[in-house]
Ligand binder design. Sequence first.
Ligand SMILES: NC(=O)c1ccc[n+]([C@@H]2O[C@H](COP(=O)([O-])OP(=O)(O)OC[C@H]3O[C@@H](n4cnc5c(N)ncnc54)[C@H](OP(=O)(O)O)[C@@H]3O)[C@@H](O)[C@H]2O)c1
Length: 259
Amino acid sequence: MKYKLRILFCNILSFDGEVVIITGGSRGIGFETAKAFSENGANVIITSKNSKQLKNAAAKLSKTIAITADIRKEQEVQNVIKKTIEKFGKLDILINNAGIFPRIKKLHKISESEWNDVLDVNLNGAFRFTKFAIPYLQKTSGSIINVSSDAGLKAYEDFNADAYSASKAALVVLTKCWSLEYAKDKIRVNCICPGVVETDMTKPFLKTKKDRDFMNNDHPLGRFGQPEEIAKSILFLASKDSSWTTGAILAIDGGQSTK
Ligand SMILES: NC(=O)c1ccc[n+]([C@@H]2O[C@H](COP(=O)([O-])OP(=O)(O)OC[C@H]3O[C@@H](n4cnc5c(N)ncnc54)[C@H](OP(=O)(O)O)[C@@H]3O)[C@@H](O)[C@H]2O)c1
């Protein structure tokens, strides 16, 4: 009986034969998402700009290949899509996950280049990948998941990362725009907004016991999150179990954005 139930559960999240691109797949949330997709039968393409780290990440996973690309460069992005189609002949799912977090500064101290760097990766990068992926997603009635943030939903006291907040809020509204623009093609576009998740990005804020206690208490459920918890929600939104869900903005944040 137990065995049968396990098979049933695996079938629900089966991505057998589906082709998934995950930007920023070398570590953190992107890597855990790649792991979860590969364990559920998908052919996974992970991409990021540090080639060595990316190849090492792909080597740890089954059914996963690495294609290096700096998301700030249009031609490199286009090359990821081109190589994916050459190898697999189609694309089913795009996860716009790559992102950077700036140094904490109040708005009047941010230089124009610091501002532009964050927007170029977090926002323009998602634009570039989506733009080149759409013609192939139209053929498969595929799905896009944008990885935004709680910071894209509201302002937080002493957060002081305005370029980051702006880039993530833009992804929230673009999720809704794209879901409408491509609904006729049956492309579903959804968005997740994580709270604080333990990855390289948040390492500087989780160094000491005091930092960790503070971050735990900052989330109503009493703890910050782990990348696997975000991966599971991404898989749900990409799966057939959410076949009637598009334009959705899902906070996965231990309740942080409800405060
Ligand atoms: N961790 C959190 O608490 C949290 C909360 C809310 C939202 N998020 C969002 O979740 C996503 C993943 O975050 P994470 O915490 O997993 O971050 P992470 O561990 O720092 O990983 C970031 C990923 O993005 C890639 N990347 C950065 N710049 C790139 C560029 N120019 N071109 C291509 N790839 C690039 C990195 O690869 P390379 O180093 O090779 O470039 C890496 O694979 C981000 O969009 C982040 O904003 C995270």
